[in-house]
Design a protein around this ligand. Sequence first.
Ligand code: GDG
Length: 474
Amino acid sequence: MNGSPLVIASNRGPVGFVRDESGDVVERRGVGGLVTAVGGAVRGREATWIAAPMTDEDRARIGTPTPVALHDDCTVNVHFADIAPDKYDSYYNEFSNRILWFLHHHLWNLARPPEFGDEQRAHFDAYREVNERFAEILAREATPGAIALPQDYHLSLVPGMVRARRDDLRMAMFWHIPFCPPDQIGVIGDWGPALLEGMLGADVVGFHTEWWAANFAACCNSVLGAKTTEDTVTHLGRTVRVAAYPIGVDIEGITAEAARPEVARAREDIDRIAGDRKLLLRVDRTELSKNILRGLMSYGAMLSRRPDLRGRVTHLVLLTPSRGDVPEYQEYTRACVARADAINARFGTPGWKPVTLEIEDDFARTLAAYQRYDVLLVNPVYDGMNLVAREGPVLNQRDGMLVLSANAGAAAELGEAALIVNPFDTRDTTMAIERALEMEPSERAKRAAELRKLAPGTPPREWLDRQIEDVSRA
Ligand code: GDG
């Protein structure tokens, strides 16, 4: 094992436990980018991972740490925090996802939502309580010399709470999503200073891009009156390093996954769906910030203005179910399905289905589709990094093009090779998809080679090492 022991805390753990059809308890890979990122980063290290329980089988393990072999050289001890389901709903669905996620991805139409009344104050109380649970376990489990790694917006208060209990611990918080600018943070009133001060309990606060790091520092300055430099924030006598640590792809992990027989089987099916047509692919959670609806609108607009492309392209939309308990997500997912149906009804023919939209958790299918696409559409409204934009080019076998939102963190590194779009401009997106589908082979090959070079980025292991080095210096 290398280096100091790590204690990671994140809402979702690296795996969850479920019973399969035969009644056996099995591990299931956690959904979402955080698990991909941090799971890949712990190779070769000793780690404890504190997470919220999601299933009955997870809950059955509360109080009994479970060893999970994440890689050949890494077994993590997973601790599920004791969080009652109703508290979890309030902390996760209501405060984290309906308030913080919306704030940082600019998802509110401020003329109506949000409304902050007694109900939302109770959600903040639940958020604080759950953060307290994580902080208690972290402070208890971290051996002297360990490095604490609280992750993401669900746990903003944890660094401050751990600092109050264990001033000896070195701590790097990583924030996986965008951070809003100062003119937005005021929307959440007094919660703003509480959350910022909580994060400043860490020694290092990391983001995927300079853009989000600068927004955070500017919020600390305008809300807390903190002093800032290019890479520090000083508040109440403590100086915290605030910097960009862009993550890349766990090449070893994803290549091994892609070599599994399930992927080869899924590939046959994807080949059947695509046939000899061009494949336009999107891979996302059922997530408002991913801008799935405008993506479908742009594709529909392309079929409308370019009858000659009808029947020559297929759009595969692979969505992993996410946040199904949140009303805005239910409504948005319904709208996406309805839009796909409308495109099929308007343009479909007996031999051609313009859009295939699937909502399921099937990682093998995602990997198979990465290999086969001709154009990958990644057009989020805002996105911390977006790993799909990196994983696609790593596995693609057809000189596929990437249409990428200017507001995805990934654009900072892939911008030269991808076709960059304004995610709010459906006309711009339509034209970029068209251009990507019809690009001359020579330009396509050149850009694809550039994408293959840039997409891997900093390996997760190195991404974490950089934070650990900086936290050790702090
Ligand atoms: C957050 C931030 C940031 C795909 N299909 C399935 C599946 N996937 C994997 C992908 C990819 C991950 O899910 C999605 O990662 P993203 O980065 O694109 O997006 P978020 O989930 O929003 O991630 C994001 C990231 O954290 C890391 O810091 O990049 O900005 O929003 O790895 O391959 N996973 C499973 N089943 C599937 O069917 N389990």
